[in-house]
Design a binder for this molecule. Sequence first.
Ligand SMILES: [Zn+2]
Length: 382
Amino acid sequence: MSATNTLGFWGALWLDHIEMALQVEAGSSQNVSLGKGRNYKRRRHIQNIEVSPGCIRADIADQKSYSVQVGTELFTEASLTSMIAKVVETGQLAVALLSGEVPQELALFLFDARNFVFDCNCPSAAVVCKHGADFCWAVAELFDADPFMLLLFCGQDRDDLLSQVRSQRSPGATVQEPISDLPRGADPGITASKAYKKEPIELTDFKRLPRKSGSLATLCVVPPQDSGIEERGLQHLVSDAALRAYNLVSGTSQSYLHIDTEADLVRRFASGEISKKQMSESQKLSEADFLNLAQAWRYGQEAGLRITREVWQPTSLLLKPGIDALEAASNSTARSHNNCVNLGKTQLRLDQDNQWWRFAADDQLGWVLASTAADDPAELTG
Ligand SMILES: [Zn+2]
């Protein structure tokens, strides 16, 4: 048998069975061994492994590109029924399955009397080419990492299996509930399953909302380095989601889930959630533009950004109240262009909802929003 001792239970079992199947196909004149598939350098040629019911396929990017796949028959109704019956009647198996493990006792349903058909479209005449051997090892590692992939390959989707097991377990069964989703860390909160089971109540029935959205519990599991997810980024994401939820429930603001990426960065920067450095790393806008937009967000959120970014041409009649207000305040002549009226270091802008905003001249930042919106421009110049 092959040197499968570096593999886990499911990987080793898979490799033994696929090797046996290939040996049967090759006949007694050839000796099939998948041992050569342990070449880790060559393994990177295997790309895009896809598991679907009855088939696992992958692309091989060797000197040329090939496609390799293995097929098997799907569970019959009878074999699936007897597998689920075994799980349901043995409490421990059900608990293991519901907590995210595939119990080893299910191996006979997954491998016994099952055929595997292997195919690679390279020119090799061997029953299993070098790509095939590499591929079988990659699949072994995949099954070790997630045995539910093996179930899927045999035709049984994980969620569907779990819901069948749940629905068939008798309500009075005294097996322990799985504890794999218990929250840990500084703020234990509530388990996802308990939260899901709770009766929904109207949000307005909450009489006492805490004064703020609460602080973030320490992450118990740091994202793996190769996941491309940084712990800091994840914390920002979670605390921002918590803050948005709090603001929605307390009526402080909208969710702002609909705004574009640039506006969202400005929003987070304006609320002090991300630093100037992080801001400039993630955007092409200059620092001055950021500071300007952040100020606009603080005064007017989305409308503040709009009046800062957008120019339009109102009629002179629409602009007249702005000119009058500025001139009344300083006894000089105001000038207008587009939707703006200027006098000295003050500018009034009219938006398309007929609201007035006051801007102040800043040596570094140019015109910066300096007020909330007003129907009457005189309120902004007093
Ligand atoms: Zn091949």
